[in-house]
Design a protein around this ligand. Structure first.
Ligand code: GLA
Length: 340
């Protein structure tokens, strides 16, 4: 009997590079999905409609990062991460397909990991599944990512963004009013593998050794950090956490102008203090921030390329001015048995 594991990508409205210090993020799962149509089998074999080659490995998996072709590493990483927790992944023969743009900063890898976890028959609460899939990313690529993408893919709620406390893992859905539109504009395709992402994670760890957990720090203590680079990184994280809080409040109060200004401030902080933007992203943010009806725009996700996100009025005239992909907040991952 075949089954379908389905997991969405995500776009982050605000709160970047805060998750791996247990901070606040506000992503939404989007109406672009990765699916795995599968049947049970003893080992694992998968094909992809987006990539060449067939992935094959036996369970338990030995080295996820060596699996070929490379897209299969995310699947193998999930099996490896389940094994580390003494969970037993069940094998499958599957066909993978995705509508999540790959390498665009919309968490195509997290969507594949979450879909794979469901196909492996994982039986755990959402926070544990997200932690397994986060670990899978580490095993597959060595990128020390946080938990935002996997948790957003699992916990999505239609028409809602998700305020996530990455320390407690509490998820609070926040309704996105019908009068708003969320757009994603791809600036460049990239992966975080080989980027400065691990360096940023390390710099935040250095800051925490000096002033304690960044999620509890204030900007005055961040500004006392001696090393100027570490100081700037810490200042971004501390101010970004505060912006997420204020953005959630503004969205709930219907104050879209205030929400948009916070997105613009978030971009400036990622550009100046966290140095994860690019000149093309800066130019696109500048351009779209001038478009009437646009409230806010910023780089989204890990950065170093990828996407910007635009929050605007839902209005045909504005649609015409945005050369991007309109996305809608979608429900989280699911496992279903198709009717035959
Ligand atoms: C990537 C990581 C996330 C998060 C963002 C930046 O998407 O996978 O864990 O750190 O970058 O906010």
């Amino acid at each position: 009997m075949s089954q379908v594991a389905r997991a969405p990508g995500r776009v982050n409205l605000i709160g970047d590079h805060t998750d791996y210090t247990g901070g606040l993020v506000l992503p939404m799962a989007i109406d672009r999905h990765t699916t795995i149509l599968f049947e049970r089998s003893d080992d694992v074999s998968a094909t992809s409609s987006n990539f060449d080659g067939q992935v094959r490995f036996d369970l338990p998996v030995v080295d996820a990062s060596a699996v070929q072709p490379a897209w299969g590493r995310y699947i193998a990483g999930v099996a490896g991460a389940m094994n580390e927790r003494n969970m037993t992944p069940r094998g499958f023969t599957g066909a993978v397909a995705t509508t999540v743009p790959i390498g665009g900063g919309l968490s195509s890898s997290a969507a594949l990991e979450v879909a794979a976890a469901l196909a492996f028959g994982i039986d755990a609460d959402v926070a544990t599944i997200a932690a397994v899939c986060r670990r899978a990313e580490h095993l597959a690529t060595n990128v020390p990512c946080g938990i935002m993408d996997q948790l957003a893919s699992l916990s999505g709620v239609k028409d809602h963004a998700l305020l996530i406390d990455c320390h407690s893992l509490d998820v609070t859905p926040i309704r996105i009013p019908d009068s708003l539109a969320v757009w994603v504009v791809e600036i460049s395709s990239r992966t975080l593998d080989g980027s400065e992402y691990p360096a940023r994670v390390a710099q935040c760890a250095v800051a925490e050794r000096e002033i304690g957990p960044l999620r509890m720090a204030d900007v005055q203590s961040a500004n006392r950090i001696v090393d100027p680079v570490v100081r700037a990184r810490a200042r971004h994280v501390v101010t970004e956490n505060e912006r997420v809080r204020q953005f959630a409040a503004a969205l709930m109060a219907g104050d879209f102008r205030a929400a948009g200004q916070l997105m613009i401030a978030s971009h400036a902080s990622l550009r100046d203090d966290f140095a994860t933007s690019t000149t093309q992203m800066d130019a696109a943010v500048e351009h779209y921030s001038q478009v009437p009806g646009v409230y806010g725009v910023r780089m989204t996700g890990g950065g170093f390329g990828g996407c910007i996100v635009v929050l605007a009025d839902d209005d045909a005239a504005i649609d015409a001015a945005i050369n991007g992909m309109r996305v809608h907040a979608a429900d989280g991952a699911s496992l279903t048995t198709p009717l035959s």
